[in-house]
Design a protein around this ligand. Structure first.
Ligand code: PLP
Length: 411
């Protein structure tokens, strides 16, 4: 496999060294192929909000598997998952797909089909998956590896993508003033988490929505990462701004490949077979994935969110206390139960500021935490993920490891 992995950030490229190959996981712990156990602060990059191998999820998947793994025909499980999403999030209809990439790619096609316009606006540092038109100034692995854009993405594929600085409302106003009748949509992470955590300032999302409405464009809120994680619905539960279209993934698949996009019924009605905008998938709404997603969402109760919030607050507190004690310049930024630590001074409001951090210090911090049994995200551009399974014992192990990590970062 190129680079030894099937998704770039897993390769430890940003921190050096060899990734741990994982053999199993339970609750808050990962066990690697050599039998070492780690407290997991990646949680599969978001999905595992209940913890690994949660009994209700395992049982739901086993039950579904025994009934056949895929039919290529509609099922009750798809309807129930769609109903659960519609009950939680500000969407009237949803289409299930297999990955967040597919969700954003399809939402953009639908926005273009609905408006009859070509241009899209995205923000640098926001990551929306690896579809061509969205791989311009993207966060996550693209940021981790310092790629300006990817070879293989043609100029034509991104010619209709307008990239603006995050949190820069005047740039959005200017873009609309110059191209108002050509912009199909603005796509934004509801709260960016792929350049580290960079929350929207004040009324940023609300103003985006107002500008889109004024110019007849659609707002696509990408909640693939934040959806059903930072609250029962997602970032919407925190700032209350609904997109015309919303994308989901991660938690709603419970660790299996499932994602979705949804929105206003009049927009979704343009999607095939109800309308002319084509979108399809052999494995979309797969019975195992819908079973895992439903079990996860049904298990994600208010009590679960309270536990994740508590665990996140505790770990963020431990990390900043350890770094402060060693005099390491850092900045904690939070978004509900998501947080990240920039090894930099001052507030980070956009991608340019995020890129000014000291990634070498993070590498030392990461490896020392790993040696002490805590698996952090192997990139300082990623959020730290907690689950409801991160109990006192797991938090205690983190409390023991982080002072060593902070000392290494200070050197
Ligand atoms: N959108 C956001 C906000 C994401 O964080 C991600 C993945 O991290 C994606 C889209 C792409 O999702 P996937 O990796 O499932 O294709």
């Amino acid at each position: 496999m190129p680079g030894g992995v099937n998704s770039p950030v897993r390769a430890f490229g940003a921190v050096g060294g060899t990734p741990r190959f994982i053999a199993s996981a339970r609750g808050p712990y990962l066990t690697d192929a050599d039998g070492n156990e780690y407290v997991d602060l990646i949680c599969s990059w978001g999905p595992m909000i209940l913890g690994h191998a949660h009994p209700a999820v395992v049982e739901a998947v086993q039950r579904a598997a025994a009934l056949g793994t895929s039919y290529g025909a509609p099922t009750q499980g798809e309807v129930e998952l769609a109903e659960e999403i519609v009950a939680r999030a500000p969407v009237e209809q949803v289409r299930l797909v297999n990955s967040g990439t597919e969700a954003t790619m399809s939402a953009i096609r639908l926005a273009r089909g609905f408006t009859g316009r070509s241009k899209i606006v995205k923000f640098s540092g926001c990551y929306h998956g690896h579809a061509d038109g969205l791989l311009a100034s993207a966060g996550s692995g693209v940021a981790t590896f310092g790629l300006p854009d990817s070879p293989g993405v043609t100029g034509a594929a991104t010619a209709d993508t307008i990239v603006l600085g995050y949190n820069d409302l005047s740039a959005v106003e200017e873009a609309f003033a110059a191209n108002g009748d050509e912009i199909a949509c603005v796509i934004t992470e509801a709260c960016p988490a792929n350049m580290g955590i960079v929350p929207p300032r004040d009324d940023f999302n609300l103003r985006l929505k107002a500008l889109c409405t004024q110019y007849g464009a659609l707002l696509i809120m990408d909640e693939v990462l934040t959806g059903f994680r930072v609250s029962r619905s997602g970032w919407y539960g925190i700032d209350g701004v609904a997109g015309d279209l919303v994308t989901f993934g991660k938690v709603m698949g419970g660790g299996l490949p499932a994602a979705a996009f949804g929105g206003r019924a009049d927009i979704m009605a343009k999607l095939a077979p109800a309308g002319p905008v084509y979108q399809a998938g052999t494995l979309s709404g797969n019975p195992l994935a819908t079973a895992a997603g439903l079990a996860t969402l049904r298990g994600a109760t208010d009590e679960v969110y309270a536990r994740v919030d508590h665990a996140a607050e505790t770990v963020a507190g431990l990390a900043t206390a350890a770094l402060a004690k060693e005099g390491v310049p850092h900045r904690l930024q939070t978004a509900g139960n998501l947080f990240s630590i920039f090894f930099a001074d001052g507030e980070v409001r956009d991608f340019a500021a995020a890129q000014r951090q000291d990634t070498k210090r993070y590498a030392a911090f990461f490896h020392t935490a790993l040696e002490h049994g805590v698996h952090l995200p192997p990139s300082s551009y990623e959020a730290w993920f907690l689950s409801a399974a991160h109990d006192d014992a797991a938090l205690e192990r983190i409390a023991e490891a982080l002072p060593h990590a902070a000392r290494a970062a200070a050197e």
